[in-house]
Design a protein around this ligand. Structure first.
Ligand code: TMP
Length: 208
């Protein structure tokens, strides 16, 4: 592989992304791929510093537009310093959240203008977009309960059920608009069943 392959994982709170990413990472590595796992907001030292500002504090600490700008400042650093170099080296990049999180959380959930978010995508990413996006979908009531049990009400988890319902609808709309890139996976299922569903999609896309 000379150009690498970029896979992003998306979904609401408590969708089980971290577990599934770990499993996919191990499976790809065992199949001979060079893999890195990274996350957003964060993934590079500068972006991790911005993450601290974003995930802590009161729910209304930032407006949705300010949040989108901070997310994109972090994303640009992460893309420049981690994602592009890994792809250029031919690696598979697994990213826990990427640009669709901004569309869903700040756009659909927070109602920041779509035109602003599209324009940030165009100008800041310059074409570095995932080859494949796996959207782990489940009812927000279930996801929020899982996230709560996991501990600590983080800033985005405390935004209320209606926000999380808009967020889920936002993800499903992204998948409808970009069916080539996005695959919706039912995350309201046994862990192993979700792992198998993800593997079935990835096998089809990568060279095995
Ligand atoms: P995490 O809990 O998956 O680590 O993500 C941190 C939080 O940041 C999560 O609640 C979703 C939120 N987020 C956004 O609101 N917009 C974004 O663009 C990203 C990447 C994350």
């Amino acid at each position: 592989m000379t150009q690498g392959y970029f896979i992003s994982f998306e979904g609401g709170e408590g969708a089980g992304k971290s577990t599934q990413i770990k499993r996919l990472h191990a499976h790809l590595q065992a199949s001979g791929y060079e893999v890195i796992t990274t996350r957003e907001p964060g993934g590079s030292p500068g972006a991790e510093a911005i993450r601290e500002l974003l995930v802590n504090g009161e729910a209304d600490r930032w407006s949705p537009v300010t949040e989108a700008l901070l997310m994109y400042a972090a994303r640009r650093d992460h893309v420049e310093r981690v994602i592009r170099p890994a792809l250029a080296a031919g690696k598979v990049v697994l990213c826990d959240r990427f640009a669709d999180s901004t569309r869903a959380y700040q756009g659909a959930g927070g109602e920041a203008p779509t035109t602003l978010i599209s324009s940030l995508e165009d100008h800041v990413l310059n074409g570095t977009v995932p080859n494949l996006t796996l959207i782990l979908d489940l009812p927000p009531e279930i996801g929020l309960k899982r996230a709560e049990e996991r501990g600590g009400a983080a800033r985005f988890e405390s935004k209320g059920l209606r926000f999380h319902q808009r967020l889920r609808a936002g993800y499903l709309e992204i998948a409808r608009q970009e069916p080539e890139r996005c695959v919706v996976v039912n995350a309201d299922a046994e862990l192993d069943a979700v792992t198998e569903a993800i593997w079935a999609v990835v096998v089809q896309r990568l060279d095995f």
